[in-house]
Write a protein that binds this ligand. Sequence first.
Ligand code: GDP
Ligand code: MG
Length: 163
Amino acid sequence: MPPTVVILGRPNVGKSTLFNRLAGRRIAIVDNTPGVTRDRKEAPARIGGRDVLLVDTAGLEEAAPETIQGRMRASSEEALRRADVAVFVVDARGGMTPSDLAFAAWLRRQSVPVILVANKTEGRQGGYWAMEAYELGLGDPVAVSAEHGDGIGELHDAVRELL
Ligand code: GDP
Ligand code: MG
């Protein structure tokens, strides 16, 4: 089995868009509709010069708002069990939410190495927005735009360093 890279984060931060970008084809379903049930998607990908199994997590979208953190954790825990590297995605444009902070605190207690990705940083203010992600305590954020492709080379480098 190739090493497994699991993409995690709260709904709508751009996980599936990043998955598609890294997998190089449209496998995951990108959907703005809240509450849409989507299965976890997997694809072989070449990241940082290594063959990996890339996993997009999606079960969290099923959660009712009042239980979202609990459901996120249950879904992510299962995915994380197989992960060699976790890619934790936040929406830098929208700012860090209590949900991001809770998720990050939980991730810091896991034994899997985490790459923090600040997504949606295209445009002039992108780098400035990305800095807010430092407050998650997961180290230097990799600023990317999954939609536009910015920063994806840096993300490849970050994965390579951990594999
Ligand atoms: P997921 O729920 O975390 O899988 O998020 P999706 O990949 O479904 O994306 C949620 C929304 O964010 C969609 O409307 C995407 O088009 C949008 N999105 C994803 N990546 C970017 C990005 O880099 N920049 C901007 N501006 N929007 C993005
Ligand atoms: Mg998704």
